[in-house]
Design a protein around this ligand. Structure first.
Ligand SMILES: Nc1ncnc2c1ncn2[C@@H]1O[C@H](COP(=O)(O)OP(=O)(O)OP(=O)(O)O)[C@@H](O)[C@H]1O
Ligand SMILES: [Mg+2]
Length: 246
């Protein structure tokens, strides 16, 4: 874990796949190992919807005296894509302001975890996407995926898009893995690895007690340690897990 990058961009194959849960889990592991951690949510939409923002949810793991250094330069009320939300509010997103927030967090912390909104090709401006932001911040991306039917398509599309943009993909984390996996869930992890060569850096199981919307952290701390790989500060043994599926 000593080689943990200075920054990591947590993206997903879609909205609602578990990026915030994964961001919180990595932040937890890094802080347990003594690192100073910053979390940047460049654009948060849907603040009108009740419940915590993504940054507030991640912070809530650490209680009132949260050691996290956080930033969220753009917050919009409507629960829509960043470009649409910014158009509705009449405030144009300035990429320079996001880069400044990142630089500030990077100066003051050992690592900055950036949580994108939605997936890689979500527009921030008419001609600027989340993938452009990851590229401009010059940090590797981590892709959060679903475990079930449809994830091969979404994961391969995301990897293809990342490659075309020249992004450095550090790995994939599968979230919401069922306790009673069917054929797609049993076969998808192995296929993602064999067909793309990407690293799977964790498989977080479905946990009924977690709800980002309600602000329930459930068993995230335990899962962060047991179900994320050593590269993300946990103890997860992927080979053992895959062999248990056979
Ligand atoms: N491992 C898990 N256990 C239980 N629920 C999960 C898990 N992973 C994802 N979910 C469900 O998906 C919801 C959305 O997760 P999360 O907010 O982390 O997604 P996201 O990718 O950050 O979404 P957004 O695009 O809105 O930022 C959670 O509230 C939860 O209901
Ligand atoms: Mg989120």
């Amino acid at each position: 874990m000593s080689e943990f990058p200075k920054g990591i961009f947590v993206t997903g194959t879609d909205t609602g796949v578990g990026k915030t849960i994964v961001t919180a889990s990595i932040a937890w592991n890094l802080i347990q190992s003594g690192r100073k951690v910053g979390v940047l949510k460049p654009v948060q939409t849907g603040t009108i919807v009740s419940g915590p923002t993504d940054i507030e949810f991640v912070q809530s793991l650490f209680g009132e005296d949260s050691p996290l250094d956080v930033a969220c330069p753009y917050m919009f009320p409507d629960p829509v894509a960043p470009l649409v939300a910014s158009m509705l509010s009449g405030e144009r997103i300035d990429i320079g302001a996001i880069e400044e927030s990142y630089s500030k967090l990077a100066d003051q912390n050992d690592t900055v975890i950036v949580e994108g909104a939605g997936g890689l090709q979500v527009p921030i401006l008419e001609d600027y996407f989340m993938s452009d932001l990851a590229l401009d911040l010059n940090i590797p991306i981590l892709i959060v995926t679903r475990p079930d039917l449809g994830t091969l398509n979404h994961t391969f599309l995301t990897l293809e898009s990342a490659k075309r943009k020249g992004l450095d993909v550090t790995g994939v984390v599968i979230s919401n893995y069922p306790w009673d996996p069917g054929i797609p869930e049993q076969t998808n992890p192995e296929l993602i690895i064999s067909m793309t060569g990407v690293n799977i850096l964790g498989i977080l199981p479905h946990d009924n007690s977690i709800s980002v919307e309600k602000g329930d952290i459930g068993n995230i701390k335990e899962l962060a340690s047991s179900r994320l790989s050593p590269k993300l500060g946990g103890t997860f043994d992927l080979e053992l897990f895959l062999s248990s599926l056979e």
